[in-house]
Design a protein around this ligand. Structure first.
Ligand SMILES: *[C@@H]1O[C@H](CO)[C@@H](O)[C@H](O)[C@H]1NC(C)=O
Ligand SMILES: *[C@@H]1O[C@H](CO)[C@@H](O)[C@H](O)[C@H]1NC(C)=O
Ligand SMILES: *[C@@H]1O[C@H](CO)[C@@H](O)[C@H](O)[C@H]1NC(C)=O
Ligand SMILES: *[C@@H]1O[C@H](CO)[C@@H](O)[C@H](O)[C@H]1NC(C)=O
Ligand SMILES: *[C@@H]1O[C@H](CO)[C@@H](O)[C@H](O)[C@H]1NC(C)=O
Ligand SMILES: *[C@@H]1O[C@H](CO)[C@@H](O)[C@H](O)[C@H]1NC(C)=O
Ligand SMILES: *[C@@H]1O[C@H](CO)[C@@H](O)[C@H](O)[C@H]1NC(C)=O
Length: 396
């Protein structure tokens, strides 16, 4: 197809091969126009017409809903032109323009997506993870009948045929996702087609061309190591595995050491964390993303560093504090109990206190001497108690 094209206004570096259902081929909605008999083969993205005119100038235009007009000017006036791969599910309008020495002919062809509106799979997306795996998901079209079944076809590079999804993810029997373990042979730009069947209605297809580079989710950085000296901890990690050959600068990293730390890809995959001794136990987690696209990977497994002992001594202090509190509480309880006991002892002898108060004898010494003979059987403890009570009025 190379020599056909003089100018390619919208170059997407797509593969030329194309998936197509039989239905597609049957469907071309051609408007019968007198001179040219334009046909469109969506499988090959080829527009062709009857070669009856002696053209001086030939131009093919594909009007794409998202990409706009894509224009090919043919050098050697052939009677067909091949576009690069574009998604066709929204339909396209194709035009052939021919100048002859006498006239200018222009013929239009409208290509539409067969089937009922709203029956196509929606919210289609795919992502690659762990280098070799791809998951795609989609949802039933809102107008799709209950018995709809969808099928996913993936186009290999170099038109080496299509493959159907090897492992569907189902939702009550309906295919709504696909898991692929083998991505070999897929080109950077890969064509995805989801078509479908139903007893009652025609099901529209959905198609998409995805850049495998753009849908790759990186794995978290591996081989994280931490080496500490008196003042810093040097954290190192390995570049994440990736499908594409990527330089250090294509990555960016985020470290989580109690707080997030951004590290650019060109800093040799290391970070010097200021952490003077004694240092408590820390954990570090790292994740990565493309330098130009902050679609973050999952976090790595956390790696611990810092002293377990410090942690232990902190625990020690804690235990001591708890013990100390307990001892204080016990002492208080003891004192309180003694206070209660003293009260219960004093109850039967209120007379002593009243008598003392009435006599205005507030000197403990005197009280003590006066009471002592009267309370001959009282032991030391009891005497002490009386003495304390006698102090109360003095202070009050
Ligand atoms: C879906 O597309 C594939 C690949 O082009 C084709 O083989 C298959 O027959 C199509 N199925 C339907 C239901 O159109
Ligand atoms: C095209 O050119 C050839 C000779 O160059 C001539 O025989 C033929 O009639 C021309 N056809 C038309 C449609 O003009
Ligand atoms: C082709 O014909 C159209 C209309 O007559 C004219 O505008 C255009 O310049 C022509 N192109 C060439 C390359 O002759
Ligand atoms: C599809 O995506 C749109 C917007 O992203 C959302 O509103 C809608 O609920 C999704 N549909 C399904 C079936 O998931
Ligand atoms: C990909 O899909 C498979 C099959 O449904 C599932 O087991 C796996 O967890 C998915 N992986 C991710 C990363 O979502
Ligand atoms: C620890 O390493 C950092 C950076 O590697 C260095 O600046 C610092 O002087 C070192 N400290 C000690 C105590 O060795
Ligand atoms: C991580 O370590 C393993 C084994 O030590 C090694 O095979 C692998 O290449 C390393 N990965 C990176 C990204 O450095």
């Amino acid at each position: 197809m190379g020599p056909l094209k003089t100018v390619v206004l919208f170059s997407m570096l797509l593969d030329q091969a194309f998936l197509l259902t039989q239905e597609h081929q049957d469907l071309p909605t051609e408007e019968p126009v007198p001179s040219l008999n334009v046909k469109f083969d969506p499988r090959r993205m080829e527009l062709s017409w009857d070669c009856k005119e002696n053209a001086t100038y030939v131009e093919c235009v594909l009007i794409h809903k998202d990409e706009g007009p894509i224009c090919l000017k043919l050098k050697n006036k052939e009677c067909h032109c091949t576009f690069q791969n574009y998604p066709l599910h929204k339909g396209v309008t194709l035009t052939v323009k021919i100048n002859t020495s006498q006239k200018q002919i222009s013929e239009k062809l409208v290509y539409t997506n067969p089937g009922g509106e709203g029956t196509a799979a929606q919210n289609f997306s795919c992502f690659i993870y762990n280098v070799n795996f791809m998951n795609c998901t989609w949802a039933k079209g809102q107008a799709a009948p209950d018995d709809v079944q969808y099928f996913l076809y993936i186009q290999d590079s170099k038109r080496r045929g299509e493959r159907e999804c090897p492992h569907y993810v189902k939702d009550s029997g309906t295919h709504v996702g696909c898991h692929l373990k083998d991505l070999s042979g897929l080109s950077t730009y890969t064509y995805f087609l989801v078509n479908g069947t139903s007893q009652g209605t025609g099901i529209q297809f959905f198609d998409s061309i995805l850049s495998l580079k753009k849908i790759e989710r990186y794995s978290p950085p591996s081989n994280i190591t931490v080496h500490c000296n008196g003042s810093h901890c040097l954290i190192r990690w390995g570049k994440p595995r990736s499908r594409r050959p990527a330089s250090d600068r294509d990555f960016q990293y985020q470290l989580d050491i109690q707080r997030p730390i951004e590290v650019p890809g060109d800093s040799e995959n290391k970070y010097n964390f200021p952490s003077p001794e004694p240092r408590a136990k820390h954990t570090v987690k790292i994740r990565t993303a493309d330098a130009r696209d902050p679609q973050w990977s999952a976090w790595s497994q956390p790696v611990e560093f810092g002293s377990e002992e410090l942690e232990a001594s902190v625990a020690h202090v804690y235990v001591l504090v708890v013990l100390g509190t307990l001892v204080c509480a016990l002492i208080l309880v003891y004192l309180f109990k003694r206070f209660l006991w003293r009260h219960s002892f004093l109850q039967p002898v209120p007379g002593i206190k009243d008598k003392l108060n009435d006599n205005h004898q507030t000197d403990p010494q005197i009280m003590w001497e006066k009471l002592a003979p009267g309370a001959g059987k009282v032991d030391n403890e009891e005497i002490l108690t009386v003495e304390e009570v006698a102090e109360a009025p003095a202070s009050g």
